[in-house]
Design a protein around this ligand. Structure first.
Ligand SMILES: [Zn+2]
Length: 97
């Protein structure tokens, strides 16, 4: 069960093993837990999504580097999902460049 999670225990940049204080929960939902991890050595940040998917016998994890701080991610979550109008507005801005 934990083999998939082992890759999340080490920094992908400097290979330092993460300590408990490096990991903060961003969201804890029934279907997944999202955590923000900051390496204590190189200060790189990652987001990890851990889910049991449709199969309760194994965990699925996905990790990705981010330049967002924990506080910035929490702020984005508070703002909620983007709307269709916002997507259209961004498309118009990009198209005009
Ligand atoms: Zn590191």
């Amino acid at each position: 069960m934990t083999n998939n999670l082992n890759t999340l225990l080490f920094c992908p940049i400097c290979s330092q093993k993460y300590s408990n204080g490096c990991i903060r929960t961003v969201a804890n939902r029934k279907e997944a837990i999202i955590v923000h991890i900051t390496c204590s050595v190189c200060r790189s940040a990652s987001l990890a999504i851990i889910s049991n998917g449709n199969d309760n016998d194994r965990l699925i994890s996905v990790g990705m580097l981010t330049d967002l701080s924990y506080d910035e991610i929490i702020e984005m979550i508070k703002k909620g999902p983007i709307t269709a109008d916002e997507v259209l507005e961004i498309n118009q801005i990009i198209s005009s460049v």
